[in-house]
Design a protein around this ligand. Structure first.
Ligand SMILES: CC(C)(COP(=O)(O)OP(=O)(O)OC[C@H]1O[C@@H](n2cnc3c(N)ncnc32)[C@H](O)[C@@H]1OP(=O)(O)O)[C@@H](O)C(=O)NCCC(=O)NCCS
Length: 167
């Protein structure tokens, strides 16, 4: 695929080809540091999760991955590669639609204390703070020393923030 651009319409779809799955795996590795995602003590491989991909002008432009567990949908990752043109919103909407289809009553997600852009983005879309796990990232760093000490905007990285949207 080519590079995303600001003019072509955005398409959102479920991964269907080997190329789609390989691109998702590369995205996880590049943006989230590995081939697995750890959330609330569970380890997920790509084949364990659901995903939606955004593409624009023949180029991959973003993705969300999530799991439906019991009465909730957990958003594991959300990435936009062409920010500020509605791709993150479209992907999040698609995840919420899938959650409603699955008859679960909420979406939960975890972000880090430095990610002010994400906290703004999610709150503007109906998400509320549910819990702050003080020191959770410091604990995780003891097992995985590659986790940096400084996060976005040079903010010290310490805590996990859980956000939820219920309906
Ligand atoms: C958070 C993130 C997913 C947002 O994605 P995005 O594609 O920039 O999101 P959108 O374009 O839908 O919306 C962002 C802003 O762009 C602007 N925007 C959206 N659509 C627009 C349009 N069609 N025209 C003009 N502006 C637009 C809006 O200002 C919007 O913010 P607001 O509505 O809350 O004020 C993205 O910044 C990202 O990938 N961050 C890195 C990874 C990350 O932190 N993920 C979340 C943590 S789990």
């Amino acid at each position: 695929m080519n590079h995303p651009d600001a003019i072509s319409p955005v398409r959102v779809f479920r991964p269907r080809s080997e190329e789609d799955r390989q691109w998702l795996l590369d995205l996880w590795k590049r943006e989230w540091g590995g081939e697995t995602m750890v959330s609330r003590g569970r380890v997920y491989r790509l084949e364990d999760v659901e995903a939606v991909i955004a593409a624009q002008g023949g180029a991959y432009a973003g993705a969300a991955t999530f799991v439906i567990l019991g009465d909730e949908c957990e958003l594991l990752s959300l990435n936009s590669l062409a920010e500020g043109i509605g791709i993150g919103t479209r992907l999040l909407q698609e995840v919420e639609d899938a959650a409603k289809q699955a008859n679960v009553s909420r979406v939960t997600l975890i972000t880090s204390n430095d990610n002010l852009k994400a906290m703004r983005f999610y709150q503007r879309r109906g998400y509320r703070f549910h819990a702050v796990r003080v020191g959770a990232i410091d604990e995780a760093r003891k097992r995985k020393p590659s986790i940096p000490h400084l996060g976005l905007d040079g903010i010290p990285l310490h805590d996990e923030i859980e956000m939820r949207k219920a309906w």
